[in-house]
Design a protein around this ligand. Structure first.
Ligand SMILES: *Cc1c(COP(=O)(O)O)cnc(C)c1O
Length: 384
């Protein structure tokens, strides 16, 4: 089976992890700060906090930005459930904003219309979380303008988008949002096995994030209530969690990060070949904005109405042919957990249209030319 995505682990990655395993620190030694420094260098962000998953980093972002009862999060309907769950874990209400089926990203015009209504009704959200679907950046300049007009916080779920660019600057720079989250799950662009990071530029937010990641506990002299503390002293200032990344994971992350640019180049090359060689078929390939570079975590196609088979038939056909296609994602409000909160299928028409047609086909840096050709020819034979 050719999977839809997979990691690459090199001899250098293995050596980096083994070195940590034989060292004094398995967790939070020198490698975590080294990885965080590398993430800051990559993005230009002032602060980077590595954590044990992107889900943890999203949860911390919601806690640090004060989401909770009466302070809602709005997320696009098409995303992984964790984008919405992080707010529910804080007791915050969640609502879903429609997506543009062509870009697969949050529909900024629909968002604006919803915000105008919400302002009139006194129901503005505390935060909005754009998700860069498949690594294709959302319209960040327009989202930033809406943030400044309506006064909510912007959290980028960039789980798919390390290495992507908007307007020539890296996603994660913090130029258009309050916080950005990366995921290092093995299917994503680079991996730490499990892992994530939160990047931001605001020092006060950064301090809350730093505390929330480790039980709310600090040894930072500038934060301690006690003056002239003894050497063993530490203080808990907030109710926090243990969301730390290990040094084993950070060493893997540092090693992988050296290949990020090569990976993004290769993924863009694969995408270019798909676009060219699938162009004559009744498929829409995800639209990427002209001023953006996608990191191509996913390559998403959507079947047009004139296709000779529907998405389910094509999915089954390709799986039977050994091609590990997948669907990203089921609209989050379809899940029984969200239905129990009162959401119903049909809530977001654009998301429903997208979901009826979408398919992710194999996309990863080590996809061979022969395997990509096999994928293209199998799809071509099915749809011609
Ligand atoms: C993968 C993913 C997450 C969660 O990442 P983990 O590191 O597995 O916790 C969150 N949001 C989106 C959009 C994702 O794709």
């Amino acid at each position: 089976m050719i999977p839809y995505g997979r990691q690459e682990i090199t001899a250098a990655d293995e050596a980096a992890v083994l070195e940590v395993l034989r060292s004094d620190y398995l967790t939070t030694g020198p490698k975590v700060p080294e990885f965080e420094h590398a993430l800051r260098t990559l993005t230009g962000a002032e602060y980077a906090f590595a954590m044990n998953s992107a889900t943890s980093a999203l949860h911390v972002a919601c806690l640090a930005l004060g989401l909770g009862p009466g302070r809602a999060l709005w997320v696009p309907a098409i995303t992984f459930a964790a984008s919405a769950n992080c707010a529910r874990l804080c007791g915050a209400p969640v609502d879903f904003v429609d997506v543009d089926p062509l870009t697969c990203n949050i529909d900024v015009a629909a968002l604006e219309a919803r915000l105008v209504d919400a302002e009139r009704d006194g129901m503005l959200p505390a935060a909005v979380m754009p998700v860069h679907m498949g690594g294709s950046p959302c319209e960040m300049s327009r989202l930033l303008a809406l943030r400044d007009r309506f006064g909510f916080r912007l959290i980028e779920d960039a789980s798919h988008a390390i290495g992507a660019h908007w307007d020539g600057a890296p996603i994660g720079s913090g130029r258009w949002s309050d916080a950005t989250i990366f995921s290092f799950h093995p299917v994503k662009i680079i991996t730490t096995a499990e892992g994530g990071a939160l990047l931001c530029n605001d020092p006060e937010l950064a301090t809350r994030v730093e505390l929330l990641r480790t039980h709310g506990i600090t040894r930072r002299p500038d934060l301690l209530a006690l003056s002239d503390p003894p050497g063993w002293h530490y203080e808990q200032h907030l109710l926090g969690l243990n969301y730390r990344m290990t040094d084993l994971q950070a060493a893997l992350g540092c090693s992988q990060l050296h290949r990020l640019e090569d990976y993004i180049r290769r993924r863009n090359e694969i995408a270019g070949i798909y676009r060219q060689r699938l162009a004559h078929l009744p498929l829409h390939c995800q639209t990427v904005a002209a001023n953006a570079r996608s990191s191509y975590h996913l390559f998403i196609v959507q079947l047009r109405d004139d296709a000779p088979m529907d998405r389910r038939a094509l999915f089954d056909h390709l799986r039977a042919a050994g091609i590990g296609v997948n669907v990203h994602y089921i609209p989050v409000y379809h899940h029984p957990y969200y239905r129990a909160l009162g959401f119903r299928p049909g809530h977001c028409p654009g998301a429903e249209t997208y979901y009826a047609r979408a398919l992710s086909i194999p996309m990863f840096a080590t996809l061979s030319e022969a395997d990509q050709t096999h994928v293209i020819e199998t799809i071509d034979a099915a749809l011609s």
